[in-house]
Design a protein around this ligand. Sequence first.
Ligand code: GLN
Length: 493
Amino acid sequence: MEDLTIASTLKGLKNGDFTSKEITEDYLKKIEDNKDLNAYITVCSDIAIKMAEVADKKRANGETDSMLGVPIAVKDLFCTKGIKTTAASKILSEFVPEYESTVTQNLINHGAVFLGKTNMDEFAMGSSNVTSYFGPCFLPYRKQSAPDMPLVPGGSSGGSATAVASDLCVAATASDTGGSIRQPASFSGLVGIKPTYGLCSRYGMVAFASSLDQAGPLTKTVEDAAIMLNAMSSYDPKDSTSENVNIPDLRSVLGKSIKGMKIGLPKEYLENLNEDGINSINEAKRWLEDAGCEIVNISLKTTPYALPAYYIIAPAEASSNLARYDGVKYTYRSPSYSNLEELYVNSRSEGFGEEVQRRILTGTYVLSAGYYDAYYNKALKIQKMIKEDFNNNAFSKVDVLLTPTTPSTAFGMSEINNMSPIDMYLNDIFTVTVNIAGLPAMSVPCGLSSKDKLPMGVQLIANRFNETDIFKVAYVMEQAANFNDLKKEILRR
Ligand code: GLN
């Protein structure tokens, strides 16, 4: 089970080396044995075994769906019919959806087996999984210089990252509003792609900031990301922002030559990088040059405005989306109230955590009559400028951009105490631009930090619906990085 990928699981199932039920049972046991990592909020053992049995039967009948019998985990923000879906919030802590999200339905249709629902930051707001009502979740790695300090897996998809990195599932779904797939991928040594906005349906995904939210996979390899994203994506009339595009089978481009491709290096992403960051970009550059790419230095002047704009647009939309949790229609209701207003106020005050309340307050403020123009409208103007900047100064010149994914490697749980909310928000500095512009981007493991031997990722960004270019380049980098070998140097908890 160690290091099983989607591709190798499918091979093993096909060859009859094991059945889906056997590995599903192994995973369930391993999840139980590693409960202290707190990767899962809900483990659905009975359902998992039933799904595995169905998959085994289908395979015996000659069916070969693209993820048939592969045990995966689902971020607890995708509604799963009959399985509790909490978004890691007290306010949804008893919510059992009556319907299935399109992404999870697609995975079911492709034969995947669900082991359970993974931990995350509450309503996907955070970068370290510490805002979860169900407690933090832990990276299975340690710093060489501080072997006793537990580390965060990043966030908000921290549980999915930990589950994949600890072999508590083969792969997992995640979501990314400002970096929540790519940042945990980078911290955990995984591949994580946020697809173009509109490629995966948002139907049945608990909404954070609807114009930025996108689903995507967290996997161990680029090939797995291709298999899983193929399965997750679809045009869906139930999501009005879903786009009816036909992108090619992502797996079919793996191994294709990237000779002659132009790779842009935006200078604004390279300022203030630490030495490890600089080294990883230089190394990635060298691999791409060796593969025949041309590296082009470019400038995206709007970059510094992306983070402030994000922290206006995202809270604004969150404050509106989260208005529905009023203590009347959805699960948690405060026991202490004597009139309707108190019911609302007390349910929301007790049901939402501190970070979520901060976002609701910020969002309500920037949308209020007196400040709408000064903040929200200005942020939307910046959004337009950022999109134009990418079009005019990046994709008119190059095919793919290469940038760091995060400013640092995984940090310690105890180090968070010294961080202000703004320090935490700065984690997203390289990732939010992509959400603001609706572009696809992937974090690919590229090496280990020099002192602590922790995973580092680099980010590849492409134009809208040009996922194929990202996969082509990522596959070449993955071969060059040989991360599987490097992984052996990481100190495990
Ligand atoms: N860390 C960012 C935030 O807190 C992004 C979260 C996300 O992508 N869901 O908003």
